[in-house]
Write a protein that binds this ligand. Structure first.
Ligand SMILES: Cc1cc2nc3c(=O)[nH]c(=O)nc-3n(C[C@H](O)[C@H](O)[C@H](O)COP(=O)(O)O)c2cc1C
Length: 324
């Protein structure tokens, strides 16, 4: 059956965001933010802090498994850390070959490695050997570093090394996040590989989901920014996949309710400036799908206290309800 995965997004999709989005629904799987591993075996605390779900059977409160993503260029260090995170109870290990960040690439990891298919092969096979057979190992890559000529070779290297699944963000590292995503490049790769290829990039609406599936030929997809901007997108897509949820896209009032719930959840951070930052970040990202969020953002952008932001959210919600 076709699956929808919530994308890893460092600094955005953390335990709280995974909790709220998987409770809204439509996701089969989450992938954690990357844990950058280099030089040595990391202590359990590093993995628990990026993926607190490890303490609850590797699942979100709604019961959706969270695979832990690791990133690095040193084969034995990647393998050692992967084996350890499996021991900690990760339901799956994902390897990041897509991160475009400069600091990461200077340190020889993420998308930089797409220039050397044999290195991808070495890392994936070492990680596969280090992780028990019962625990899936997957990878996430872009179409290339500067250009796309190695896309198939990289994908084959990853599959032959034993990955059970490959997600492809349909752009090169150099293309950054510039639209469009080149979904059509995924079709020949998906046809050639005998493992599932998961299409990723620029799915903002249920219609984009249809277009992506048609262009890429991939049954499975991963969504990042699209669901942050439109939190009901996961189950809107589930509906399109034939699961009758009987629900329609969230209206603005439901979004405000979701933001209030998120405010309460992130009190767990016990760090008010960070909480305020996260709330502002989400409100700003929501503006892509909800024009009203842009207006709300201008009102809260200077607020430093999460409770003041919540107060604005609640006042706005009351006004919406009065008008309705
Ligand atoms: C702020 C941000 C953080 C990200 N962090 C990660 C990460 O930790 N690991 C990863 O594999 N991809 C990461 N990505 C890439 C996303 O998983 C995804 O591939 C990309 O956003 C394209 O998908 P989308 O158009 O659905 O957002 C990040 C993207 C953004 C915008």
């Amino acid at each position: 059956m076709a699956t929808v995965t919530l994308a890893p997004m460092e600094g955005v999709v953390d335990v709280y965001m995974r909790d709220i989005l998987t409770r809204i629904g439509g996701f089969d799987l989450c992938v954690s933010e990357f844990v950058r591993v280099s030089q040595h075996l990391y202590p359990a605390s590093v993995f628990y802090s990026l993926c607190p779900e490890l303490r609850q059977d590797g699942k979100t409160v709604a019961g959706v498994p969270v695979h832990v993503q690791i990133m690095g260029g040193e084969t034995h260090v990647m393998a050692e850390n992967a084996g350890f995170v499996a021991e900690l109870g990760a339901p799956g290990v994902d390897i990041n070959f897509g991160c475009p960040a400069k600091t990461v690439n200077r340190h020889d990891a993420g998308a930089t490695l797409l220039q050397w298919p044999e290195r991808l092969h070495d890392i994936v096979s070492a990680v596969r050997r280090a992780v028990p057979d019962t625990i899936p190992v997957s990878a996430k890559m872009r179409l290339g570093f500067a250009e796309k000529s190695l896309a198939l070779e990289n994908a084959l290297a990853i599959a032959e090394a034993g990955a059970g699944k490959l997600t492809i963000h349909a752009r090169t590292k150099m293309e950054g996040y510039r639209p469009p995503a080149h979904w059509e490049y995924l079709r020949p790769i998906a046809e050639r590989l005998d493992i599932p290829v998961v299409a990723n990039g620029e799915i903002w609406t249920p219609e984009d989901y249809d277009l992506c599936r048609e262009a890429s030929g991939c049954e499975d997809i991963m969504i990042g920014r699209g669901v942050i901007a439109r939190p009901s997108l996961g189950w809107e897509i589930a509906q399109r996949r034939g699961e009758s949820t009987g629900m329609t896209a969230f209206n603005w009032s439901q979004i405000l309710g979701t933001l209030a719930e998120y405010h309460d959840l992130i009190e767990g951070m016990a760090n008010p400036p960070r909480q305020a930052g996260r709330l502002k970040q989400w409100i700003k990202l929501l503006a892509r799908s909800y024009g009203e969020a842009g207006e709300l953002f201008t009102r809260i952008r200077r607020l430093e206290d999460p409770r003041s932001i919540l107060a604005e959210v609640e006042v706005t919600k009351e006004r919406v309800l009065d008008v309705a």
